[in-house]
Design a protein around this ligand. Structure first.
Ligand SMILES: [Zn+2]
Length: 286
């Protein structure tokens, strides 16, 4: 072996044995965990070497009784902030305008994007997240009207690209967390009720208007809802309690934080389990 060949061989061995700069690196080791903070060349070095996972928070702006009209945005954004590290995921710019229902669309501040437009919008966003290199996408949804159009959009992108998706409606999962923290029966949360207010207060207590809650009187800010068979436009309250006598606001911040962390942890664990299974199945395909 001449000198040149020996040096070449040494360099090749060095290249193969020295770990690449990104090996073992996690999102928490990066400068930012928000995708939009990077320039595109830097982002390209992160995906998929450091992560191919992203969290997309989606919500809407609508009346929520004494809770801020941005509740459906604050909640998924905050949940994403609480779990990106555990999930080793970046966070995508959120989608803050969604499909608000007719029954509260006429109150000040409520903004709605028509359902078909919203579906197409989500579809386009998801498609470009996948083109960017994200393979495992978690959508945290803060608003009921978004669920069906978002599910249709992610179904289309999944069929077209094979990318993996999970969408979570926080109010339909982990009912036991309300039981564990508040001692109330496990049931689906209402709207602008104790659970939703807790998730908002854990982010910022000032976002629930105590004065307005008092002025309205707790029984006037919400109702369980009318019987199936009766439809009201507008709805007879901008808050909906999950059950008779259940869901009154609790201004205990400590409990609110505890409740939020339990909810966040539950979502992170389900997503991590899903990614594990998706990756296992991908390996079998090869
Ligand atoms: Zn809401």
């Amino acid at each position: 072996m001449n000198k040149f060949k020996a040096i070449s061989a040494f360099l090749i061995i060095l290249f193969l044995t020295v770990p690449s700069f990104s090996q073992g690196k996690k999102v928490k080791d990066l400068k930012f965990h928000h995708m939009q903070n990077y320039c595109w060349m830097r982002l390209a070095t992160i995906i998929p070497e450091i992560t191919d996972r992203i969290i997309l928070p989606i919500g809407t702006v609508e009346a929520h009784g004494a809770v801020a009209i941005g509740a459906d945005n604050f909640i998924p954004n905050n949940l994403a902030e609480l779990i990106w590290d555990k999930c080793n995921a970046l966070i995508a710019p959120p989608i803050n305008h969604g499909f608000t229902g007719q029954s509260i669309s006429q109150f000040p501040g409520s903004i709605t994007v028509r359902e078909d437009i919203f579906e197409e919008y989500i579809y386009d966003v998801l498609k470009d997240l996948v083109r960017t290199g994200f393979k495992n996408i978690l959508i945290i949804n803060g608003h009921g009207g978004n669920t069906e159009p978002a599910k249709r959009a992610m179904g289309r992108v999944h069929t077209e690209t094979g990318a993996h998706f999970m969408i979570v409606d926080w109010w339909k999962i982990a009912f036991q967390t309300a039981t564990e923290v508040y001692g109330r029966k496990a049931t689906q949360s209402g709207h602008g009720d104790m659970e939703e207010a807790a998730l908002v207060m854990s982010y910022d207590p000032a976002l629930v208007d105590k004065e307005m809650y008092r002025k309205l009187g707790k029984d006037n800010v919400g109702k369980k809802g009318v019987e199936a068979g009766i439809s009201l436009l507008p709805s007879w309250a901008t808050t909906r309690y999950p059950d008779e006598g259940e869901g009154y606001l609790d201004f205990d911040i400590k409990k609110a934080k505890k409740y939020t962390l339990k909810k966040a942890d539950y979502i992170a664990n389900v997503f991590l389990e899903a990614v594990k299974r998706w990756e296992m199945m991908e390996a079998w395909k090869k």
